[in-house]
Design a protein around this ligand. Structure first.
Ligand code: ADP
Ligand code: MG
Length: 168
């Protein structure tokens, strides 16, 4: 069994519902057990700023799957929830659901299709803040600092609000 941390986000359609649907599809997958889920957050879009805000959450799961098998299950769930990706889709565009693998235990995976720890996780408040609820003291296997320290050292973090607390 490996402890795996996921970041899930949606910025299209009924975002909260997509987060809930993805969470239950993950929880009901064979060979995956949902251990804990963070609360929901609203965050400013990253990269392409001219798109809707995101709803984000972090999940802690246990699995007996290999990283590749697990990634392909997550991609199937993304597709099932309506996410379409083709060569015309810009890199940072609106999506019903994005499921990223942030940590795979303490392992470092450097495969063309799968990089873990997720290469941008330590730069993104919307990934770090939900994870702080679950594993504030976890030491990032590459950066070698706790998530709390990584988060407090961010220079210009994007805005992340607890869901429902954002002043519009
Ligand atoms: P992004 O999440 O960066 O917005 P996508 O969700 O479209 O982009 O993912 C693009 C590719 O990223 C996927 O096809 C997948 O193979 C690859 N990838 C590499 N590392 C990871 C990871 N840790 N978690 C999820 N996908 C990853
Ligand atoms: Mg992704």
């Amino acid at each position: 069994m490996t402890l795996v941390y996921l970041s899930i986000g949606s910025n299209k359609g009924d975002k909260v519902n997509f987060i809930h649907l993805a969470t239950s599809l993950i929880a009901n997958s064979d060979d995956i057990k949902l251990v804990r889920a963070s609360t929901l957050y609203e965050s400013e879009p990253w990269g392409e700023k001219n798109q809707p805000w995101f709803v984000n959450a972090a999940l802690e799961v246990k699995t007996t799957l290999s990283p590749q098998e697990f990634l392909s299950k997550m991609q199937n769930i993304e597709t099932k929830l309506g996410r379409v990706k083709d060569e015309n889709t810009p890199k940072w565009s609106e999506r019903e659901i994005d499921i990223d693998i942030i940590f795979w235990g303490n392992e470092i995976i450097n495969h063309p299709d799968l990089k873990v720890p997720h290469p941008y996780a330590h730069k993104r408040a919307f990934v770090l803040v939900p994870l702080l609820e679950l594993i504030p003291d976890f030491i990032h296997p590459v950066i070698k600092k706790s998530l709390l320290d990584i988060h407090s050292d961010l220079e210009e973090p994007e805005d992340v609000y607890l869901y429902g607390t954002r002043i519009k």
